[in-house]
Unconditional design. Structure first.
Lengths: 252, 731
């Protein structure tokens, strides 16, 4: 009997080593979530590529894992952002389709549908940046996706933030408004609470950075500086604010 | 003690077993050219075990997994690499990843190309179409602001580089459509019946185009309709010229959706506000509806059904030397197309369409009482096979069965249209079956890495006249640097003349296909992302044009030429001023149709100048300006008249062929728009469109008194200042 127990123990040991269980997947998802935060501050393509690789591996183990697909689409959006800033257009094009595909895969998942629509809207905004001639079609889609997210999850701070970014970047004659964008960034900042960051944890720092930019564009330099400094108190590693936005403000 | 041994044994077994079964997998990942690929995700399927390649494409990882497993190498944009492996093992792999679908290096291969898609010539976006003042958001009217499209009349018809409008083919989702206009009259159609809102992209070429396009002598306009909508969106508009609506609805997620676009136009309110030179019995009205169902059945595959319907009618009093009476006209147009596209095999993109279109037009003016029916069934398939990132092969085939019938009466002499005038009774149905095919190769880096070439051959055969023809086409480009390209294009182009000329009664069933030779030299300079400068010179030589003949009605002995230069600057013109400036010079002569000698063609508009600009004037207002100038159109003057006793009518005596010209054409259109957002993200645009704001009386002809001793100017469609107010909203 003792021998049987030993063998069972042995098998159990092997089982835990050889096959990724739900706990390991959950741990990996948590790791991906935390890696996202670091990669954002480091603005690192390499780190995002590692996250992308992790997401792919989780999906290969659990093809129906919505969270992995969500993070894959979020990673695609971030990679596009890095590509856009660093002038790597091919990354923007490649990851747009890949990110949208994963976002579409989870559009019927009740817990992720709103977030998926938000990420998809952000991916399309990146696309709009490289093909402005498709503005008419893309902006309609982006507004539609934001509306969809708001309907599914009223008060979602990332939906408010995304709407603000869209308004900030849209020329005034086509309905853009820095003033309204600033109001939305403020509202987004105030809407972040524990619940909104339970599953996903992005957007609060960006809301502050965008609000600062909106203030700066309106000529409210003091207010812009204030919000940037506040952002750095919360997020000391926020390189975008520390090394780009604040110095840009100093030159004004 | 036994327990202790057991424990040790177990520990050894577990750890030792793991140690002994550990595999080490390493290697390098490259692309097809042997270049290392960084950031490739190499891992064991169904596990976290793996590594990401470094800048040298190298990877290395250990795994304790055992058994028959799969090693995956994955990277976006490349085909997934899968290798079965029996573990434990020490593996050193050389992995080559192939691009999922090789994209040809971005280059502009078509001369004279304007497109709404980046990388396919000078970009004319959908928003350009919507905001071109005086264009009524009409694609064809917007294209007329480009160089190479001459302003022969104010109609929407495209007169390309000295060519007749029938020499430019319009394709919708790769199916030809022959009557894309509303209010077709002898002056041409006024607007397009293709709703710009239903359009996803367009490609327009004014010469030297690909072998893909057949049965067109001068130009190609290819329109692609919208794909499945991603979000629900509705739109509505009302103006003094009509009402419109649109609905875009996803039916099943983001993969399947439907779209409907409708318009009803009316002219009474505009004429009430602006007045009219004409006395209408039925004020012109038109309506059209475009409906699309699109289903994306796989990552690259899509099936789309597009249906168009349009109709219009008008009735106007005519008081001319030829007759004193009324003209009635009405048309209706149907079009249904099914297109399926996708990648059936790696790097091979194919699309096949089946379409049916029918057109019916009734004209009644005195003795003229003619019904024209035109129906066509078409099957067309196009494929692109990307061999390497520098080489692509295009090939395809098409079949068309077109039947055109003419029934009714036409006047024997065009100077006598009275009810009792001598006439010819027509009851003719003409069937043309055309089959065609093409093959083309695009190659970058021929002889030199900055040289690119496109060489193609197409063949067409028309069963009706038992005639086939082969068109070789060629284009060579040299990329001076990233921003500057020089291109040379040449080729043969064939097309069947107007089918009406094949009628047994008053035509010639044996007319040969018309032929043209194109030679185009162009220079493109990319100023920045969407700003461009293009200059082109061209020569076009025509043969086998239809020419009136006393014995045979028509022969194919006509000929002609056109040469000229076009230049366009598009983008930021000055400060915040955006738009485009274009200029075209043209010299064109023909001896064809009823010409009595070799003379400047009807389309010989020597100088064409267009300035289109938009300016944000603040407070959500935008002002658009569209100024056009063109040399007056040539015409054959009437120098006298002879009285025909039996019919109490005068027969005009004409001077030399096209020896006179109408006055030069000037027109300034403006559009003031105000954008509002009554609901977040939903736009409402109020606009005031002011056409011919300087009230310049442009003309498109002269009318004469009964004995041709006096003539009066006939004002063009917009020969007087016309103001249209409207609002459009999305919700």
């Amino acid at each position: 009997m003792k021998q049987v127990n030993s063998i069972l123990l042995l098998l159990l040991a092997f089982a835990t080593v050889n096959f990724a269980g739900d706990d390991q997947i959950a741990a990996k998802i948590a790791e991906i979530k935390s890696a996202h935060e670091k990669a954002y501050y480091n603005f690192s393509k390499e780190e995002y590529m590692k996250i992308w690789a992790d997401c792919e591996r989780v999906i290969s183990i659990a093809p129906d894992n919505g969270e992995a697909k969500y993070f894959a689409s979020l990673t695609a959006f971030r990679l596009m952002n890095v590509g856009l800033v660093k002038g790597d257009k091919s990354v923007v094009e490649k990851y747009a389709d890949a990110g949208i595909k994963y976002a579409d895969d989870i559009e019927s998942d009740a817990t992720l549908a709103a977030e998926s629509a938000i990420v998809k809207a952000n991916i399309l905004m990146m696309k709009l940046a490289i093909v402005p001639q498709e503005a008419a079609a893309l902006s309609g889609q982006i507004h539609g996706l934001i509306g969809k997210a708001e309907a599914m999850d009223p008060g979602n701070p990332r939906a408010i933030l995304t709407k603000g970014i869209m308004l900030y970047n849209t020329p005034e004659q086509y309905g853009g408004s820095v003033q309204k964008a600033a109001e939305l960034f403020t509202s987004a900042m105030e809407s972040f609470d524990e619940n909104s960051q339970k599953l996903i944890d992005w957007g609060h720092n960006e809301s502050m950075a965008w609000l600062g930019q909106a203030y700066a564009r309106m000529g409210k330099i003091g207010k812009a500086r204030g919000i940037y400094n506040e952002a750095l108190k919360y997020y000391p590693d926020f390189g975008w604010v520390r090394y780009q936005l604040l110095p840009a403000l100093d030159q004004k | 003690m036994r327990l202790f041994y057991k424990f040790i044994l177990l520990l050894l077994f577990v750890t030792g077993g793991k140690l002994f079964s550990q595999s080490h997998i390493s290697g390098r990942v490259t692309n097809e050219k042997g270049n290392p690929l960084p950031y490739v995700n190499v891992f064991i399927e169904g596990s976290f075990d793996g590594d990401m390649t470094d800048t040298d494409g190298k990877f290395s990882f250990a795994t304790k997994l055992t058994g028959e497993l799969k090693i995956i190498a994955s990277m976006v944009g490349y085909d997934k690499f899968v290798k079965p492996a029996a573990l434990p093992a020490e593996l050193s792999l050389k992995i080559i990843l192939e691009q999922t679908s090789i994209k040809l290096k971005e280059t502009v291969v078509s001369g004279s190309a304007y497109s709404s898609e980046e990388g396919k010539g000078v970009v004319v976006s959908k928003i350009d179409v919507y905001t071109t003042p005086g264009g009524a958001a009409d694609l064809f009217q917007s294209i007329k602001t480009l160089p190479g499209v001459t302003n022969v009349s104010e109609s929407a018809e495209l007169y390309v580089r000295g060519g007749d409008p029938i020499e430019t083919v319009t394709l919708i989702d790769q199916a030809p459509i022959y009557h894309p206009y509303t209010y077709e009259s002898s002056y041409g159609g006024l607007f397009s019946n293709v709703n710009t809102a239903a359009m996803k992209s367009m490609f327009f070429s004014s010469g030297g185009f690909s072998a893909k396009y057949g049965n067109a002598l001068s130009g190609v306009l290819e329109i692609k309709t919208n794909n499945e909508p991603q979000v629900q969106r509705y739109g509505a508009g009302i103006s003094m010229a009509g009402v419109s609506f649109s609905a875009e609805v996803p039916i099943s997620g983001s993969k399947f959706g439907g779209m409907v676009y409708g318009r009803q136009s009316y002219t009474k309110p505009i004429m009430w506000l602006n007045g009219s030179d004409e006395e209408f019995i039925n004020h012109p009205e038109s309506r059209d509806i475009n409906a699309i169902l699109s289903y994306k059945f796989s990552e690259t595959g899509r099936i789309k059904i597009t249906g168009f319907y349009s109709e219009d009618e008008q009735g106007v009093k005519i008081n001319r030397a030829e007759m004193d009476g009324s003209f009635f006209g009405n048309t209706n147009n149907n079009f249904l197309n099914v297109i399926i596209s996708g990648i059936p095999y790696k790097n091979l993109f194919s699309s096949t369409s089946i379409s049916y279109g029918s057109f019916n037009r009734d004209w009644k003016l005195g003795v003229l009482d003619l019904t024209n029916e035109d129906s066509a069934f078409r099957l067309r398939s196009e494929s692109e096979y990307t061999v390497t990132e520098n080489t692509k092969i295009n090939f395809g085939a098409e079949f068309e069965n077109r039947i055109e019938s003419f029934r009714g009466k036409i006047p024997e002499d065009d100077f006598n249209l009275q009810e009792t005038a001598p006439n010819i009774v027509l009851d003719e149905s003409l069937q043309f079956i055309r089959t065609g095919g093409y093959a083309e190769i695009e190659h970058n880096g021929i002889f030199h890495d900055k040289l690119f070439v496109v060489a193609g051959l197409r063949a067409d055969y028309v069963s009706k006249i038992k005639v086939g023809w082969i068109d070789p086409r060629f284009s060579l480009g040299y990329r001076i640097n990233e921003k500057n390209i020089i291109k040379l294009g040449a080729g043969l182009f064939g097309q069947i003349p107007d089918y009406r000329l094949y009628a047994v009664e008053d035509g010639n069933p044996d007319l040969p296909p018309m032929r043209a030779k194109h030679l185009v030299l162009s220079y493109d300079r990319e100023l920045n992302k969407n700003d461009a400068l293009r200059a082109e010179i061209y020569y076009k030589d025509y043969d086998n044009l239809p020419l009136e003949d006393v014995a045979l009605n028509y022969t194919g002995e006509g000929y002609g030429y056109a040469y000229g230069a076009d230049i366009i600057l598009k983008g930021i013109l000055w400060g915040d001023l955006k738009g485009w400036i274009s200029y075209g010079f043209l010299n064109s002569k023909r001896y064809w149709m009823d010409y009595t000698k070799y003379a400047p063609s009807d389309y010989d508009i020597t100088h064409s100048f267009t300035f289109v600009s938009k300016y944000d004037i603040g407070s959500l207002f935008e002002l658009g300006v569209n100024y056009k100038y063109s040399t007056g159109k040539p015409f054959r003057p009437i120098t006298g008249a002879n009285y025909i006793t039996g019919y109490d009518v005068y027969e005009p005596v004409y001077g030399a062929q096209n020896s006179d010209r109408y006055p030069d054409y000037h027109r300034l259109d403006m559009r003031l728009s105000r954008y509002e957002q009554f609901f977040e993200g939903k736009f409402t645009v109020f606009y005031c469109e002011m056409m011919n704001i300087l009230n310049i009386q442009n003309i498109f002809g002269y009318s004469y008194n009964s004995d041709y001793t006096k003539r009066e100017k006939v004002n063009s469609y917009f020969g007087r200042r016309t103001i249209v107010l409207g609002v459009e909203m999305t919700f």
